[in-house]
Ligand binder design. Sequence first.
Ligand SMILES: Nc1nc2c(ncn2[C@@H]2O[C@H](COP(=O)(O)OP(=O)(O)OP(=O)(O)O)[C@@H](O)[C@H]2O)c(=O)[nH]1
Ligand SMILES: [Mg+2]
Length: 396
Amino acid sequence: MKLQDYLRFRRIKNKTFAKLLNISPVSLSRYISGERFPEKEILIKIHNLTEGLVSPNDFCLQDEKNYDFNENQEIELKKFHQHILSGSRKHLGKAITLIESSREKDQIISEKLLELFKGNDKSIRIGITGVPGVGKSTFIESFGMKLIRKGFKVAVLAVDPSSRFSGGSILGDKTRMEKLSVNKNAFIRPSPSSGHLGGVAKRTSESILCLEEAGFNIIFVETMGVGQAETEVYDMVDIFLVLLLPAGGDELQGIKKGIIEMADLIIVNKADGELKKSAEITQREYKNAIHIIDKSRISQDIGVVICSSLNQCGFDNVWKYILKFIDIRKKNNDFINERNSQKINRMWGLVDLKVKGFVKNISSRKFVEELLKDVKKNNLSVYRAVKMISNYIIKK
Ligand SMILES: Nc1nc2c(ncn2[C@@H]2O[C@H](COP(=O)(O)OP(=O)(O)OP(=O)(O)O)[C@@H](O)[C@H]2O)c(=O)[nH]1
Ligand SMILES: [Mg+2]
């Protein structure tokens, strides 16, 4: 770690640290700026005082890529942030595009921007899953409009790893969310199109932060109940809703095993016309079956309600349940604890992505190629090779 970053991180004044080193503040600033290289004793002292976080290498090795922002760029970024705060859709869209971009420069800008965010715990993040065609988009359109009429600002994100192949669900979603898509208090963003490992979830979590900064207080995250994305979505929302069709058990509905256990609320959609009776039967069946599953996260039986997104019926029960769920979890601090642990998970996820990127980078280094040859020829054991590579990474 650079000495300057360490002092900032520990909130130590340059003057105080210079005193500990027994040098003048001017000398310390010269070491920090790289104008002068510290003597051996000073290097050792710094290493010890910082518990090894600032090592001699940190004074001679350059960061891999350093896109330091100049004063003008910092001002521009602050203006950009102000535009987001004041609700500019153009800037919000641009910020999410930066987050979704895989260009390194864009990622650095988006990280700097995200650092300016204050964040808040006033929003409600709602995950929605269910097999294709169950009516997720129709539900979000009708239920979302109801919430807008109550005075909320509603945003919709989609996590759909399969959209890479189908070309994205934007057309479908924008036409199915006709009213929401043109409402000034709503913002719809389809799935990011090219997901790399772990990337889709990272981007969606950060997009949520952008939407909240822009004042959206209800965030829907839609995903299909058939893939891997559900657990990722579950880990970024406050409440997880599973939509079901008015028909037999989960196997019949083609819903992935385990999804029902994740539900905070089960909603049987399409309870209208000829399907109404069968929706009520499905509701009863699930209510009975739910006893076998553990209690919900609010220590009660998991809620099972019916609704018709087409006729906009049954939404009061859904909203009441959501409010009750959030209220109980806020009162017993589970809400904030969960958000904090989601934040820490996101942090580790980012560390993981960075380390993976680093490992990928070094795999093409000459010395690693030589190592691989030796492992293949049995001149070097796999374990020794691992040790050599990890030592190299640690030193870097
Ligand atoms: N009868 C009835 N039809 C509905 C209801 N909700 C949705 N539908 C219909 O079901 C079909 C699928 O709805 P969508 O909202 O696109 O479903 P989805 O779950 O978002 O589908 P994917 O995005 O493809 O996973 C559409 O033709 C809707 O009109 C409902 O409450 N009642
Ligand atoms: Mg949909």
